[in-house]
Design a protein around this ligand. Sequence first.
Ligand SMILES: [Zn+2]
Length: 426
Amino acid sequence: MRLSTVTMLALAAAALAGAACRSDRPSVLLISIDSLRADEIGRTIAGEPVTPTLDELARGAVVFEQAMAPAPWTTPSMMSVMTGLDPAAHGVEEHDRALAGSIRTLAQHFRAAGYRTGAIVPAVTLRAEYGFERGFEQYEFESFGHNRISSPSLIGKLRYRLEQWSDEPFFLWVHLWDPHYNYIPQPPWDAMFVQGEEPENDDVQCLKWVRNPVSPEQASFLRGRYEAECRFTDDWIARLFETIRRLGLERRLVVAIVGDHGESFVEHGFLGHTNHVFEPNVHVPLMLFAPGRLQPARIAQPVSTGGLGRTLLQLAGLDGRDFGVLPALPLAEGAGHDDSPWSAPCSRTIRRACQVALREGALKYVLDARACRESLFDLDADPGERRDVAGERPEDTLRLRTALAERHEAIAALDLPRASMPPEVV
Ligand SMILES: [Zn+2]
């Protein structure tokens, strides 16, 4: 059939509009960093910065100074980023749980909008069977365990993917793993941040459920080794950004950098993570970097990293209305506050540890169901969470206890389906 000139022109105009629309869409790079504490950003020890690359990026980024991870371990925390749901709502709270098939993921949203989608992940806590692979056309999984170096391999795969997809809109997720215990920095990083006293046993996987397993001096030694791993990871992020600049991607890219949870060095008697919701475990770095799209800002109000997915969809101009329930991040101070039961950042441990925390401004309410105990901390006056003021401030305690109960009711009302891991995987 011969097309008329008018039809031809209309088709050409539509094609051009489509091309313009595609090229206007930013690509999105999500960099999650395992076990990275918020207070490592900007930290300098004996004149040596722990995260110089992230410090430099932060100067041009929207930085969330009070970001809370939805859980103090990887699987539920990153599943909250990928679903916009609390761990108790998406249900992937234990090693044998998986995401129900009807819950749409962030990658599915990007894929449906025509994005290339890829993930590069290094640990069993992110294996595909949990549901993390859903929506990713490439889900590159390799388990590095606790003792292998991983950043060179992960960043190498990511560079390859960036080069392949640099002309198309993409959503890429890389999870950097080296700060996770055990802390075994390689030369020359092993000579950095040496401090304290070396413990006989440095296997945090074994020590983390033991109360006060090492002395404060030995914990200081372990933290120095951990910080050397943070610096190693940061130096690899610097190389990644060299690639981003070389490919001319910097102004077409939204980069999110987030910690999946923190790490404890016996501040409250524990090493590692997973087991409680004190700040060393749940206060994480969160920043959004998009030159030409986002004005640098520092946001002091508490936010949940579970709001990151919706924010990334919005920054890409996509409709995230059917993506989870957690609110988008405020991109300016004071913006975006609502009175929904989802507005307060919340974090919870694996069920057998049974702790839940809820933030409201500087206040942090903690319910320990196993100990039948509630606590209230004023983080402005007491950033170390040493002084429980629940008894002195009964109205604040009641309000936050009620807010947590309302949140649990709202989670129950969502009535989301549950799924188990396939038995051969557990
Ligand atoms: Zn982790």
